[in-house]
Design a protein around this ligand. Sequence first.
Ligand SMILES: [Fe+2]
Length: 181
Amino acid sequence: MNNLMSFLLKLMGARDPYARGHSNHVTELSAGLARAIDLPAERIESLVFASQIHDLGKIAINEAIINKPGPFTEAEYVMVQHHSILGANLIAPLQLDASIQNAILHHHENYDGSGYPHKIAGESIPLESRILRIADTYDALIHDRVYRSAYSPQKARAIMREESHFFDPNLLEIFFNMDQP
Ligand SMILES: [Fe+2]
C-alpha cells in the first residue's frame, strides 16, 4: 500500500508540484477531524488514503485549464468538475476499499446539493467526502492560488461560515473548534 501511495503521489507531484503540499495538508486536516468525531481507525485509514489522492483525476485534465488564472468558460468548468469522476475511475482497477473510491468521487458535493458530480445533499454524501470537503476548502483558502493570494486563517473561517450551506454543519463546528495548523 505504501509503494502504491508513493507512486500515486509522485504521479500527481510530477504534474503539479503544488499538489504534494495540498495533499498532505488536506490529509492532516481530515484525519484530525475524523479523530475528533471518533471515526473508527480503519475508516480513518481509508480516509487518509482518499485524502492523499483526492485530486488524482486532475492529472488527466489539460494543464492550461487546471492552472488558468482567469474565470473558466462553461466548457472548461465542466472539464474541471470531471476530475472527481476521473480520480474515482483511475483507481477502480486497484480494487481498494469502496469507501476510498466513493470519498474521491463525492469530494466536491455540497451539503445543500449544489456541488458535483451527482448533486447529492446532506447525509446522502458519504461522511468521508463531507470531511474532505471541509479540509480541502480550508486548505485551499489559506494558501496562494494562481488567481488570488492566501487568506488568513481568520478570514478563511469567516468565508466558510458565510458559505456554511456547502458544509455539514456539525462537522464544520467541530472543525472550527479544532486547533488549526
Ligand atoms: Fe478536487
